[in-house]
Design a protein around this ligand. Sequence first.
Ligand SMILES: C[S@@+](CC[C@H](N)C(=O)[O-])C[C@H]1O[C@@H](n2cnc3c(N)ncnc32)[C@H](O)[C@@H]1O
Length: 209
Amino acid sequence: MERIIRIGGDLYTLTEYGKPVFGEKIISYMGKRARHWDPKRSKLAAAIMKGMDVMPLNADSSVLYLGASTGTTVSYLSDICINGKIFAVEVSFESFYKLLSLAEKRKNIIPILEDANIPERYSFFVEKPDLIYQDIAQRNQVQIFNANADKFPEVKKAILIIKTRSISSRLNEKDILSEALSGLKEFSVVRRYNLSPYDQANYLLYLER
Ligand SMILES: C[S@@+](CC[C@H](N)C(=O)[O-])C[C@H]1O[C@@H](n2cnc3c(N)ncnc32)[C@H](O)[C@@H]1O
């Protein structure tokens, strides 16, 4: 059964967990629990609402997630990849503290308090991920992605969020995006989604090596 479903135009993930993470609605659906996924709170949900027609995640996927923050999107990947693992890297201690409390309740989230600029510090205990998911709103976001792609050569698929306004606040958004993407070393863009109106100046790219 698909783990991402639409009910009445809204997006949900099937979940094994009965309690909401941040107050979101959980309903019963065909004898299972379904958790509401708000496209304004999660860029992957926004891309699906914008017509994303490839889903490189399944129940068994393992994900290296860079820029986990407090774990909002991580919690949905934890629902989707229920038999896999989410290795969730976050550099800010304040956000990490909440992520840690989420990981205590969900068995497939492994929180890592580290800087994604230095994958050498965590690559040794991240077990063969199938996908890199990166959502780091920093000027050097493509460089961070390249460093991780280099350190995890077995990964063939990636989801990369580019926040254009973190790269430049002056230049035209499309120019910033194409300049940023020209810096990708080993991966090519297969799909691109502008996340407006759910999220401004954010693009979700699906990449393959
Ligand atoms: C836009 S937020 C991520 C939101 C999250 N992906 C979600 O959808 O729930 C970006 C996060 O990247 C983190 N971050 C920034 N630089 C980082 C770095 N070098 N290594 C790891 N995390 C970083 C920030 O602390 C912030 O929590």
